[in-house]
Design a protein around this ligand. Structure first.
Ligand code: GRF
Length: 220
């Protein structure tokens, strides 16, 4: 007997390597989620090709073509609704979403950020981390609220900052963890194993304490 899979819409603006990780995870036979549609606000985003290659509907909605943010968000909401989307994953999506839009998917919008939040929210998180001289960097998957990278944290993964790192090398090391963490966090969310509790989340005691730990499997 198979359960209906949660229908997920993924919003992108660029390369879409996190989208790829989600597509790959959703291609597994036992995945509790499926990617129902991908929307990019940038027509040239490489992630659109990834979506189409995986046989997923990919739509461009250029925010610049809309007069006001509310109009863009209305169109976005309609696209997601058409695809029967219940959950939304932001994956390198470079627009902020209003509280109004988020109210359409209460507690069902996730984001990935390349820093150990609440440190280094906003743009160029890896550069911020290098400038501040931290020794441990990483990534965070969190529920989205109307702030910038402020929502309740679901999962985090850490990587070392090594001597000689630049933005590119650190970003690449973090990205490996992003690709592991996002599918995991999505699975926990759609199966109800992580739920919102005010400004925090509660993770089912049985669920993946190991998987959610600070170190990646196989780390020394
Ligand atoms: C990732 O580093 C993600 O954490 C951030 O934007 C980047 C998107 O990369 N929000 P990609 O498009 O998934 O390759």
């Amino acid at each position: 007997m198979s359960m209906a899979r949660a229908r997920v819409g993924v919003l992108i603006s660029g390369s879409g390597s996190n989208l790829q990780a989600l597509l790959d995870a959703c291609a597994q036979a036992d995945s509790p989620a499926e990617v129902a549609c991908v929307v990019s606000n940038v027509a040239t985003a490489f992630g659109l090709k990834r979506a189409r290659k995986a046989g997923v509907a990919a739509v461009v909605l250029d925010h610049k073509a809309f007069g006001a943010r509310a109009d863009f968000e209305r169109a976005l909401g309609e696209e997601l609704q058409k695809a029967g989307v219940e959950w939304v994953c932001l994956a390198g999506f470079m627009r902020l979403l209003s509280a109004d839009f988020l109210a359409g998917f209460p507690g069902r919008v996730l984001n990935i950020h390349p820093a150990l939040l609440p440190a280094f929210p906003g743009l160029h998180a890896q550069r911020q981390a290098l400038e501040r001289g931290v020794k441990i960097a990483g990534c965070t998957v969190h529920f989205v609220d109307a702030g910038t990278d402020t929502g309740p944290i679901i999962a985090q993964a850490a990587v070392p900052v090594l001597p000689g790192d630049d933005e590119e090398s650190l970003s690449a090391r973090i990205l490996v963890e992003e690709h592991r963490l996002y599918p995991l966090a999505l699975r926990l969310a759609v199966t109800g194993k992580v739920t919102l509790e005010g400004t925090r989340t509660r993770v089912d005691a049985q669920a993946t304490v190991g998987e959610l730990s600070l170190r990646s499997p196989g780390a020394p």
